[in-house]
Design a protein around this ligand. Sequence first.
Ligand code: NAD
Length: 352
Amino acid sequence: MDAFVYNANPGRVIFGAGTLSRLPAEVERLGLARVLVLATPVQESSAQELSRQIGSRSAGVFADARMHTPVEVTERAMAVVAERRVDGLVAVGGGSTTGLAKALALRTDLPQIVAPTTYAGSEMTPILGETQGGRKVTQSSPKILPEVVIYDVDLTFTLPVPQSVTSGMNAIAHAVEALYTREANPLISLLAESGIGALARGLPRIAKDPRDREARSCALYGAWLCGICLGTVGMALHHKLCHTLGGMFDLPHAETHTAVLPHAVAYNRPATPVAMQAVARAMGVEDPAAGLYDLAKSLGATMALRELGMPQSGIAPATEAALANPYWNPRPLEKEAIRALLTSAYEGARPV
Ligand code: NAD
């Protein structure tokens, strides 16, 4: 076995159907007296309901979380935190709501309880990406990592099938890159393979019946494992490309991951045979790049970046941007091959 370094992140996880009912007890356990419940406008009613359940320990709701954590929104939430003398944060939602809780925790070190409702995995990471003036800046700090995560399977029933599929593919992307990152280690590889397998089994069943509790459990469990991968080891080309494309063309997060992943895998495939075997084994397919493409496409995902809003004229500048700040990748970054990767993802072609 090769030498490796393993870093574990602290955190308490409560998993299962109906587990959100434990939230008031968790607020009490942390000794919090004035928690602010965070959500997006779409999930405001869930946040109001939670605030009622928390009762006298709730300081109310802030339901204006937005994608990519705009600093302007965080500053408005900071004013509410100060005004209501908030001593803890509860986030119910996807990566956008978790992002707001993390941004507030970075500035205040307030404890966070997060109840994820998508498969993005942000709740497992000490990483925060914030946007200001059209630029997304990512940073990492122990203050950002949530203290408690309540994975209540029932919260995911309302996640529409298209979003379930793309969010699940976003999770799979974390695990795929964890298998071939420079910091790969045997424990994370176990979690990664299990996480990919759980999502690859769960997503097709969710597409048939979004209220299939077993399938939802399987997918959420997989998302947790994939989130640990993202929070524990570094990522590579795929995450870098998605970050670049999202920032340059304002593309939707999970959908962009879905369209790019098969092509990033095809790019790295020649350099990562062991990782590729693990992905193929987890998914029960011959070829991981084609397998990921077929899984997402068969469940109705949009596989062409052009359909997500990327202009064709963007391929050249995105190629330059991907090469501008060199970073580690298992296969060296080659300009023409990256341009070909982006062209295939732009067109939504099946990788060969
Ligand atoms: P999201 O949080 O933006 O959610 C998309 C929409 O779906 C929102 O309107 C939300 O309210 C709604 N929604 C979420 N769950 C729902 C449910 N169960 N039922 C009905 N509606 C629901 O989407 P996301 O993909 O989870 O998060 C994307 C954001 O998270 C991006 O900003 C991305 O950068 C960030 N992210 C960060 C990390 C990290 O480690 N820092 C990891 C992954 C994603």
